[in-house]
Design a protein around this ligand. Structure first.
Ligand code: FES
Length: 124
């Protein structure tokens, strides 16, 4: 059976990168879980939560957007390559960008601020 290389990149503070090898037909979410890539998936891959949104090259050789994705994502998002990881069946090597969640972004900014304040205190 064909096996493909999937590169996961998590954006945010620095770039977190994981690589998985997955057989044709495996979902991007399943490959991401195997690689501990950090893709959120509140509904466990049932297509109901929308938390597994990722970005791929829109010309990648994967299945077209499912009915669930067309319901959860706008035409513009789909055209630009936003997809739900649980709905994509791997059919080629892929590069997958995992956006930083809003909660992670808030926590990261607060931690950065805290570290900045500690550094300022040491300078005084
Ligand atoms: S994991 Fe919930 S929509 Fe994909």
């Amino acid at each position: 059976m064909l096996s493909f290389r999937i590169v996961f990149r998590q954006t945010g503070a620095g770039v977190h990168r994981r690589i998985a090898h997955a057989q044709a037909g495996t979902t991007v979410l399943a490959a991401g879980i195997q690689a501990k890539a950090g893709i959120p998936h509140k509904c466990g891959g049932q297509g109901s939560c929308g938390t597994c949104r990722i970005h791929i090259n829109p010309r990648s050789a994967v299945n077209p957007p499912t009915r669930i994705e067309r319901f959860k994502l706008s035409d513009k998002q789909l055209t630009e390559g936003d997809r739900l990881a649980c709905q994509i069946q791997i059919g080629c090597d892929l590069e997958v960008d995992i956006p930083e969640s809003a909660l992670s972004r808030v926590v990261r900014k607060q931690l950065e601020e805290l570290h900045r304040n500690k550094d300022d205190d040491r300078m005084d």
